[in-house]
Design a protein. Structure first.
Lengths: 310, 198, 557
């Protein structure tokens, strides 16, 4: 949160410096008083057992240390209120990119309604710079339990709650990959519901969009595709152009365009892909993907088929 | 060596504090009121939000007669307590029994209403949000009426065993406070369920 | 064992059979014995909760560790939180309240002794329910398992669809049972304090401990009841097919959060106000000065109670409430910092100009002041909603609330143990062991909870059984785990000291600390009836008046 690249994170960062300085000053002052008191007024070894002067209170002193904290509280409150309004009450400009994020146990679904794209787990957004300023607006939904979208360098976290749609926005002005993860306990594999946000230049983003909008060629004779379509894979997964239209699990149409699988729990390599298909619990125990009980040849065939989905 | 007493001779006789039974009952009422408040909040929050199923305006009929019974029982229990305080135990018993009769009638009315809703209208606690919040709130109240009736019954048993005497009037009064609370809750529940929520 | 011409009662009383003595304890309605039962119960569950924490910290000592499975880890953090709040902190707080309040107001027992016993046993039953889940949680045919929904059990994770088996039901039953016990104790405390003070003890002359327990009990009545209501709703959802929190049927997950936190936030004040009570009694005695600003302390406590009921949604800043709602809760949460800060200043002012003796109780109280200051300030940072959007639900929050509960509340509880153990047992504890306990625990506490703020700031969420290497979190998690060893050692020394005291401690006498409140008037331990003659008081420090007849407090109050 101390290296923001997007306006919401930046506003929070600015506010946090003000708050940090204030509370540090308070700490130093009170700690100094405590330390002084503890040293100066300790019972000396040679002291007699008489009692010190008994002081019961002082109205002026009480007033002083009521009024000053109240002023500090008011200052902090006003600063907070300003940033809350800045972040939450932003009106969406026309033409802003819209992504509908749906949280699942334990993966992220991304739909770009304006672009007709469906993908999972790796969010691609265009950078917002001088030539193309523009924010990406995320609508946050959930298909099951509560989740929370948290990529600290981009924005504060906002929860995904079923039957309670939320909104947030980011406008990253640097390209790169930004990491985060689910921040609301959602079940067994909450820990491996990771986030990767790819902020790309306009050209790269548009290239990615075009690739995602293609439908891969379907070859019903390929062994891998046949195994995929005849096994329960199709109950959970969608691959455009095939009979697989499941919505419970991530859309696999462009699986090979992703760096990771299992919501970031494993790299998207041939070995990891085969391991995931054969035995998901080896990578993410408690995830909702069952081991399909395929024999080795079928696993290899399905993996080879999936590796054609760019 | 056990204790060293400090005493200031001027004090003692004029040191009066509220009775602990009374304070205890107020606290119990506060706790119960907090529980009911949450159920009322849930009821109001979910008004109009049921996705389908029977709606309040279609199936609810305000139980005016039974409400009058229950609210009158506050009057009868108050009169019973006054008789107990003045030592007229026979009159106390009559008003006390009248209270129980009125309370029992109210419960009978609730049972009738529920039988109609379940059997004729097909509304249960799992039908929709209205069913969930209605049966929970009205049921919670009916449960408290039942507990109250059982307590009143215990006092009746003591009376008939000859153990209830005028010096117990304050304890009876404290129990009556609980009964008044149950009636007051019904005023709120009635308003929320049959007036606001319809 | 003789000390001068004083004889311990235990030395001249014939020993009765163990079964008779145990039966007396099990059937007791004496507030002192029930207090001790609550405290022993709390200590046992402290050990269990500590084991759960240790398992978690060992699992998190490095990235991608596989000491325990995610299923086990998720049960650990759920059980740790639930145990520590409901079966350690609450029983300890109620135990001390039970023991001390009647003594301090010059009464012979609580207002309703049988309700008192009932309340304790309901709490104990709750603990039994919770831990039985390890055996029975998966239902008749499955292997046992404890709840794994987190101590605040957000909907719809607790719905039957997402929480199969009975683990969540044991969680519900445990909290319903102990909740009834808590409300019973609260009713008892209020009735006792209002109706049973000794002659002369007006509300303005009660010890601050009694005031703070009065406010605490009021909060229990107003706050635990909503939790009870929510638990009943959840039970109806899970068993009768209701839809209170069923998002598929139009129900709301957010309303569970509101109901839970309307309980959850005042709950932390229920725990901290008695800690303030201990500090308010101990700091004056060891500074040899009356508490500074008694009336202001009372008003601040009441203010904290009131304001504490209005801040709950600061646990929900990320849920998507409107800007207006978020702003309101920022203001109310900040507001509570004012009376809390006032209290810290008043304690400092009490010490100022005094003659401070650093016996073990005072050392724990001074550490409390230092740590509670920090805890309050990290709380202020979280009260700023936009900062909470980054820091919420991360290890920064975990560090903050452990700073309050361990660094604040537990340190005061230790102070209270050392201060009142001589009264309850009749014997002095070992001062060297006490100081050793303090330093071990102080070092361990700071190793763990100071450094725990860092991974939170670096983006580490809470409730994760493992984390990725390369996020920069590894070294901090290692240091945090190392601190556990020191804390465990400290607790061990504490346990040894407790046992040593009962066996070998020097006889304490009525008033080993030269203190000023009524409990030091009677013997150590007090007789079953507390006071042979009910005392009458004329000021807030009746024993000061006795010891200083030429300069009594009532001339200045």
């Amino acid at each position: 949160m101390f290296a923001p690249v997007s306006t919401p994170a930046g506003s929070i960062f600015g506010l946090s410096i003000f708050v940090l300085v204030t509370v540090t000053a308070i700490f130093v002052a009170v700690f100094a008083l405590l330390a002084y008191t503890v040293v100066r007024f300790r019972k000396r070894r040679d002291a007699d057992n008489s009692e010190p002067v008994q002081i019961y209170g002082s109205t002026q002193v009480e007033l002083a240390w009521t009024v000053i904290p109240v002023l500090i509280v008011v200052a902090l409150f006003l600063a907070a209120a300003r940033v809350i309004a800045e972040v939450q009450d932003l009106t969406r400009p026309p033409g802003a990119l819209e992504v509908v994020v749906t949280g699942h146990q334990y993966w992220w679904e991304y739909r770009y309604p304006q672009l007709n794209i469906v993908t999972a787990n790796e969010l691609h957004v265009p950078v917002s710079d001088a030539t193309h300023p523009g924010a990406t607006f995320l609508t946050l939904l959930s298909a099951d339990t509560d989740h929370s979208f948290w990529v600290p360098r981009l924005a504060g976290k906002t929860d995904l709650i079923p039957n309670h749609p939320n909104q947030m926005w980011i406008d990253p002005h640097e390209t790169g990959v930004f990491l985060g993860q689910c921040a609301q306990y959602c079940g067994t594999q909450h820990a491996k519901m990771l986030l990767r946000v790819y902020v790309q230049s306009r050209e790269e983003f548009e290239r990615w969009v075009r690739d995602q909008q293609q439908t891969p060629k379907s070859d019903a004779t390929s062994r891998g595709q046949r195994v995929f379509e005849s096994t329960a894979c199709v109950n959970c997964h969608t691959i455009s152009g095939t009979a697989a239209k499941g919505r419970f699990g991530p859309d696999l149409t462009h699986l090979m365009s992703r760096d990771t699988i299992a919501a970031g729990a494993a790299k998207n390599t041939p070995e990891q892909l085969r391991l995931w298909i054969r035995n998901p619990d080896a990578i993410k125990p408690g995830s909702k993907m069952p081991a399909m009980g395929l024999n080795d040849e079928d696993v290899a065939a399905v993996a080879a088929y999936l590796e054609t989905l760019r | 060596m056990s204790t060293l007493a400090i005493s200031y001779p001027e004090r003692g006789a004029d040191w009066r504090l509220p009775s602990r039974g009374r304070v205890g009952m107020y606290c119990l009422i506060a706790a119960e009121a907090a529980i009911f408040t949450i159920f009322v909040v849930a009821y109001l929050f979910y008004v109009g939000k049921s996705i389908d199923g029977p709606l309040p305006k279609d199936v609810l009929h305000a139980p005016i007669f039974y409400t009058v019974c229950l609210l009158s029982s506050s009057l009868t229990v108050h009169l019973a307590v006054r008789r107990a305080k003045s030592g007229e135990m026979g009159a106390f018993a009559r008003w006390w029994l009248a209270t129980m009769l009125l309370g029992g009638t109210f419960l009978f009315g609730t049972a009738r209403e529920w039988a109609h809703l379940i059997l004729d209208e097909g509304l249960t606690v799992s039908t929709n949000l209205f069913g969930t919040t209605y049966y929970s709130l009205v049921g919670l109240h009916a449960f408290h009426v039942t507990v109250g009736l059982l307590a009143l019954l215990a006092v009746t048993a003591f009376y008939f065993a000859g153990d209830l005497r005028p010096e117990h009037a304050e304890r009876v009064e404290i129990l009556a406070m609980y009964w008044h609370f149950v009636d007051a809750v019904w005023v709120v529940v009635f308003t929320v369920v049959y007036v606001i929520g319809v | 064992m003789m000390a001068g011409n004083t004889v311990a009662l235990s030395d001249i009383t014939p020993v009765r059979p163990l079964t008779v003595r145990l039966h007396e304890w099990v059937t007791t309605v004496d507030h002192k014995r029930l207090g001790i039962l609550y405290i022993l119960f709390g200590l046992v569950f402290l050990a269990l909760g500590g084991i759960e924490a240790t398992i978690m910290r060992l699992q998190l000592i490095r990235a991608h560790n596989d000491l325990v499975s995610p299923q086990v880890f998720n049960r650990m953090f759920t059980m740790h939180g639930t145990t520590m709040i409901f079966f350690v902190a609450m029983p300890l707080v109620f135990g001390f309240a039970n023991y001390l309040v009647p003594l301090m107001i010059g009464a012979r027992d609580m207002a309703f002794p049988r309700l008192n016993a009932f309340s304790f046993w309901m709490t104990a039953l709750g603990g039994l329910f919770l831990y039985f889940s390890f055996l029975g949680g998966d239902g008749l045919y499955g292997a046992g398992s404890a709840p794994d929904v987190g101590w605040f059990a957000y909907a719809p994770l607790t719905a039957k669809t997402f929480s199969v088996g009975h683990s969540t039901d044991y969680w519900i039953l445990a909290l319903l049972s102990s909740g009834i016990g808590s409300i019973g104790t609260a009713i008892n405390l209020i009735a006792t304090i209002v109706s049973m003070r000794c002659p002369g003890m007006t509300l303005g002359k009660m010890p601050l401990l009694v005031w703070l327990n009065l406010v605490m009990a009021s909060l229990v009545i107003l706050a635990v009841s909503p939790l009870t209501a929510a638990q009943i709703m959840l039970l109806i959802d899970r068993y009768l097919g209701a839809h209170f929190f069923d998002t598929q049927a139009g129900g709301s997950a957010v309303i569970w959060m509101h109901f839970f936190w309307i309980f959850g936030h005042p709950e932390v004040y229920v725990l901290v106000l008695p800690a303030f009570a201990f500090a308010s009694e101990i700091i004056p005695v060891f500074s040899r000065k009356a508490i500074f600003g008694y009336s202001v302390m009372v008003l601040a406590s009441i203010a904290i109670g009131f304001i504490g009921m209005s801040v709950w949604a600061h646990h929900m800043f990320t849920v998507g409430m409107s800007a207006g709602a978020n702003t309101f809760f920022v203001l109310s949460t900040m507001a509570i910092a004012v009376p809390t800060g006032i209290k810290i200043f008043n304690w400092l002012a009490t010490m100022w100009g005094g003659r401070i003796l650093f016996a073990t109780p005072m050392m724990f109280c001074v550490a409390f002041l230092f740590q509670f200051l920090i805890a309050g300030l990290t709380g202020v940072t979280l009260a700023v909603a936009p900062l909470d959007w980054q820091l919420g639900n991360s290890y920064y929050v975990v560090a903050h609330f452990h700073y309050v509960i361990v660094g604040g509340i537990l340190f005061c509880i230790f102070a209270a143990f050392y201060y009142w153990l001589p009264k309850a047992s009749g014997r002095m504890y070992n001062e060297a062991l006490g100081k050793l306990h303090f330093w071990l625990f102080f070092i361990g506490f700071h190793l763990t909870f100071d450094f725990m703020h860092v991974p939170g700031i670096l983006g580490m969420p809470r409730r994760i059984y493992t984390y990725e290497p390369g996020r920069g979190w590894d070294i901090w998690n290692l240091i945090v785990t190392i601190g556990v060893a020191f804390q465990a050692a400290g607790i061990l020394v504490f346990a040894v000291n407790l046992i040593w005291t009962c066996w070998r401690g020097k006889l304490a006498g009525n008033d080993p600390w030269d203190a000023w409140t009524l409990e030091w008037l009677t013997s150590s331990p007090p007789p079953a009836y507390n006071y042979a003659v009910i005392p009458e008081v004329r000021s807030r420090r009746p024993l000061w008046d006795l010891k200083h007849p030429e300069d009594p407090d009532w001339r200045y109050e």
